[in-house]
Design a protein around this ligand. Structure first.
Ligand SMILES: Cc1ncc(COP(=O)(O)O)c(C=O)c1O
Length: 504
């Protein structure tokens, strides 16, 4: 494959090209942003922070968007991923997931939602007034990691909820596994539902035969990609792509605009365009090298006694991200939080660390040298914190999430009167807030759900083990926000979960 030079990438990336040419044609702008590219003259400390900030309106394009560069770039992305409609978001996959929720149905409609949905999807349901029916995520017995939604669970949910409008999946999961998406999508389509996939962690899927295909390629109606997570793009850079056979293009467009800024950062948009052009030109080559490096890193880490590192060969073909490095410490006994502290001290911070798990993000921007240094540091840190092997958690967190019962819709609970109670008195009350260990920000409790002992045990256990509890009004978990008694009997007071096929 021909490797394009810098200009080659710009030739296929209109927003990236516009960003590069901005400096030469800016003149003295009388448009926003207020820094007008000369903030350093006001204070030297402001200069570097604002360097490179080019707006879309009056920057990459004219204020009247006369050049059509954004539409051109989005059209190129739509063609690359086989979509009918594509938009670039500067609001992250958080915004993109909310777009899909707003496009999925009408207030009051039921949607079948994988229980490992990200907080952004849950708030999307609140915004859109959709009622979730939770689909449990099955847990792999060997590694204890979530492996997606089973065909049986979706099938039972479809039978039990014939009026449901859409299926919302998270593929891949935060730990790299992918459901049997083709089968799930076929089942949902046969029942007349559209399938919307949060592929935030899989923006690199579909460019190499060893990686899972992307969701649209296996039949999904829409997908969300966080360009900033696995591709070389600015923080907040995300794409939402859809096929419009089952989704309405105008609704998608209105949903997108409803929650997007009217002043998007051109630098973020240009980075999405550039990352897309890079993958179009060099995706297979870059991903090949990445998979090779991560496979070698897995082999080296597996040599540490008791350390488990699941890889693609542990799952059915195409069902695990070859670039995902998930280091499981239970069998070794090292404490993941102590290992993380060591890694931070060595200048190698990782994306996720809890007591049992370390997830460093390795991408096409890494080199053999950076991956080697990560593995050296990780191996030394694990060896520096020996401990007795820990048994598997008796109840994986995903199982606990699946059996929490909803008493109200998330939307009713979100708008209900609420009160703050000591956590010991919260059991049996209806939760009024999202509570999630972070990362990855997948909630254990959602507004409208009845607080259970097991959910609280998971949350307090995570906190004790050093994980940050996010989104809760009281991150120490001493108290919890619950729906006020007088509001508990609101609309939607009915069980909304589908029991797991596993039955445990
Ligand atoms: C599965 C999933 N979806 C969506 C998001 C939100 O993405 P962003 O940070 O781009 O808003 C995240 C963030 O971690 C995520 O893990």
């Amino acid at each position: 494959m021909e490797v394009p030079g810098e200009d080659g990438l710009r030739a296929d990336a209109p927003l990236l090209a516009a960003w590069h040419s901005f400096a030469g044609r800016v003149g003295t702008p009388f448009t926003i942003p207020g820094h007008k590219t000369v903030a350093a003259a006001l204070d030297p400390a402001l200069g570097p922070v604002l360097a490179g900030d080019v707006p879309l309106y009056g920057g990459l394009d004219t204020v009247k968007l006369a050049g059509g560069v954004l539409a051109d770039a989005e059209d190129r992305a739509a063609r690359l991923w086989g979509a009918h409609w594509c938009r670039f978001s500067v609001g992250g996959s958080t915004h993109a997931n909310q777009v899909l929720a707003l496009a999925a149905g009408r207030p009051g409609d039921e949607v079948l939602v994988a229980r490992n949905a990200h907080r952004s999807t849950l708030l999307g349901l609140v915004l859109a007034g959709l009622t979730p029916v939770w689909l449990p995520t099955t847990v792999d017995k060997r590694f204890g990691i979530p492996i997606g939604v089973s065909i049986e669970d979706l099938s039972r949910a479809l039978t039990a909820h014939p009026g449901a409008r859409a299926v919302l999946l998270v593929e891949p999961s935060y730990l790299g596994a992918v459901s049997d998406r083709s089968a799930l999508i076929e089942l949902a389509h046969d029942a007349g539902l559209c399938v919307l996939v949060d592929q935030a962690w899989g923006a690199h899927f579909g460019f190499h035969p060893d990686y899972p295909a992307h969701a649209l390629a296996v039949g999904a109606d829409a997908m969300v990609l966080s360009a900033h997570k696995t591709l070389p793009a600015y923080s907040q850079a995300s794409l939402v792509l859809a096929r419009t056979d089952r989704l309405d293009r105008h609704r998608l467009e209105r949903a997108f605009e409803a929650a997007h800024t009217t002043s998007p950062a051109g630098s973020v948009l240009a980075s999405i365009d550039g990352a897309r052009a890079l993958m179009a030109a060099r995706g297979p080559e870059l991903l090949d090298a990445l998979a090779g490096r991560v496979a070698a890193a897995r082999d080296r880490l597996r040599a540490v006694p008791g350390v488990e590192v699941p890889g693609p060969a542990d799952f059915p073909p195409g069902r695990f991200d070859p670039a995902k490095l998930v280091v499981l410490l239970r069998g070794n006994g090292a404490d993941g939080i102590a290992v993380e502290q060591d890694l931070i001290a060595r200048g190698r911070p990782v994306e996720l660390a809890d007591q049992d798990t370390i997830v460093p993000i390795v991408t096409v921007a890494d080199t053999q040298d950076t991956v080697d240094r990560l593995v050296d540091g990780l191996t030394a840190a694990v060896r520096a914190h020996p401990g007795p092997p820990r048994p598997r958690p008796p109840r994986p967190v995903d199982d606990v999430r699946a059996d929490v019962r909803a008493a109200m819709t998330p939307r009713d609970a979100f708008f209900a009167d609420h009160e703050t109670v000591p956590v010991a008195r919260a059991v049996g009350r209806v939760c009024a807030e999202v509570v999630a260990p972070y990362p990855p920000g997948v909630p254990v409790l959602v507004p409208g759900e009845v607080v259970t002992d097991s959910a609280l045990a998971v949350l307090t256990g995570a906190r004790r083990a050093g994980t940050r509890i996010a989104y809760a009004a009281d991150p120490t978990l001493a108290t919890l926000l619950v729906v006020a008694r007088k509001s508990e009997t609101g609309r939607g007071a009915r069980p909304l979960a589908v029991p797991s096929a596993d039955g445990d």
